[in-house]
Design a protein around this ligand. Structure first.
Ligand code: ASP
Ligand code: MG
Length: 461
């Protein structure tokens, strides 16, 4: 059995939905189709909520525009005999949404909880439409089987409960095709509507794939596959025909927007391959992600990616005698605050320990480290903790990086020769990824230089 996930652009218009219909109808029986909200709708639901909360009456016109977009799509893709029923279903959902927006407008207030309810309507409506569009399809309610629990200020999936509930829900598939909304979930304790985070439909599809031991997870999107770099920055970026789970995980964790990073764990664990395919060019071979990874000819690098808005925190002082202890204390202190560490750099010539974190975690992270190392800061054993913001991390990923010689120094030389100041450098634990911290406004230049080093082509002028 296969699981197919169609993203927002794939279900965004009458034309793209017609492609989805063709792709699904060509499949043998018994597949699960996970859908995102119609392209752009999640952002619009949030923007409309903010208008209402700000007391701006235009939220009403915006809500009607959202309604029209859905009714237009229904008119374009759903066969006439099923149209009345789906118009009613989507109409009911829109009615509920209007009431919630009115409430937000009256109270001039929007809580995170209410916003989670509001964004859920996107996938609830799109899944109803796709179900009506595909003959023999049945709708499965993700909110009843994708369960989350609170973790700091986030909701994270309770994978074991979710897995058991999925198996139960799909034990009898009434139709040949099961449709499930992506992204949305409910809290395992309170039952409140939650979600898996922006881009989370991929994760829904992965949880279903893993629970049902699918043979393949297909992620249908609007590009021909996973590319060696972001093509908006590097027009010469190429499609990667095959890559490993670890490579895809590293590239996505370091900024490649192809798959929502948590998606890869559940399928990796079950060794279920992932295929990235293009709804608008279904014949393209796409990218196959599996547990094996043959080196791509002579090139040890599979791809490069970047995250902007990074802050680098550096512990400065004579610390070289205590490397493991300082690392583990820093990690624990940051983990207790829910801060994700993107890079740890080896102590350099200045004896500095550096940790890269997302810019919006920077303040929390600095406080956590200052608390943890208060005794050393007081005694002078630790000189100070520096925080530098407006940085980027650039990740260079490849399973064969480890075996290749001098990749790190080659990149460092290339960057330095072109005047790019590398603030920190790490090869990571897995040795699959080399990361470089540079100033944010040097990101594109650094990406172009590195990409050109491994995938040579004329430099864009
Ligand atoms: N609709 C959600 C979003 O826009 C989830 C998804 O598309 O994966 O983030
Ligand atoms: Mg996505």
């Amino acid at each position: 059995m296969k699981v197919l996930k169609f993203g927002g652009t794939s279900v965004g218009t009458v034309e793209s939905l017609s492609n989805v219909k063709k792709i699904v109808e060509a499949l043998p029986d018994g597949c699960v189709v996970v859908v995102s909200a119609l392209g752009g709708i999640t952002d619009r639901l949030i923007a409309t909520a903010r208008l209402a909360a700000a007391g701006d009456e235009s939220y009403r016109a915006e809500t009607e525009a959202i309604a029209h977009r859905h009714f237009d799509v229904i008119a374009g893709v759903v066969a006439e005999i099923r149209r009345k029923e789906v118009i009613e279903r989507v109409g009911d959902l829109l009615q509920e949404l209007r009431r919630i927006y009115d409430g937000v407008f009256l109270l001039r207030e929007i809580s995170a909880r209410t916003l989670d309810v509001i964004v859920s309507f996107g996938e609830r409506m799109s899944s109803a439409i796709v179900t009506a569009m595909i003959p023999g399809a049945s709708l499965h309610d993700s909110m009843s089987f994708i369960k989350t629990e609170k973790w700091f200020d986030r909701n994270i999936a309770d994978s074991s409960l979710t897995s058991a509930l999925i198996r139960k829900d799909f034990s009898s598939m009434p139709g040949r095709v099961a449709i499930a909304p992506g992204f949305i979930s409910t809290d395992r304790d309170s039952g409140e509507i939650t979600n898996l985070g922006r881009g989370g439909s991929d994760f829904t599809a992965a949880l279903i794939s893993a629970a049902l031991d699918a043979e393949l997870l297909e992620i249908w999107t609007d590009v021909d596959g996973f590319m060696t770099a972001d093509p908006r920055i590097i027009p010469d970026a190429r499609i990667i025909p095959e890559m490993s789970f670890v490579e895809s995980m590293e590239l996505c964790s370091f900024g490649a927007k192809v798959i929502y990073p948590p998606t890869i764990y559940p399928v990796f664990h079950k060794n279920i391959p992932i295929k990235i395919l293009n709804t608008f060019n279904a014949e393209a071979p796409g990218t196959l992600i599996t547990d094996i990874s043959e080196p791509d000819s002579e090139c040890p690098v599979r791809g490069v990616s970047a995250i902007k808005e990074i802050t680098l925190l550096s512990l400065k002082g004579d610390l070289t005698g205590n490397v493991p202890q300082i690392n583990s204390r820093s990690f624990n202190a940051l983990a207790r605050k829910g801060v994700n560490v993107l890079l740890v750099s080896q102590p350099d010539s200045d004896n500095a320990f550096s940790f890269a974190v997302a810019g919006n975690d920077a303040r929390k992270a600095l406080e956590a480290l200052e608390d943890e190392f208060a005794p050393e800061l007081t005694s002078g054993a630790l000189e100070r903790i520096d925080s530098i913001d407006s940085l980027s991390t650039i990740a260079v990923v490849g399973e064969h990086l480890k075996a290749a010689t001098r990749v790190g120094p080659r990149i460092l030389n290339t960057l330095m020769r072109d005047g790019i100041d590398v603030k920190a450098f790490s090869t990571g634990v897995s040795e699959t990824t080399a990361t470089f911290v540079v100033e944010a406004d040097m990101t594109s230049k650094a990406l172009i230089l590195i990409h050109n080093l491994f995938f040579p082509s004329p430099l864009p002028k």
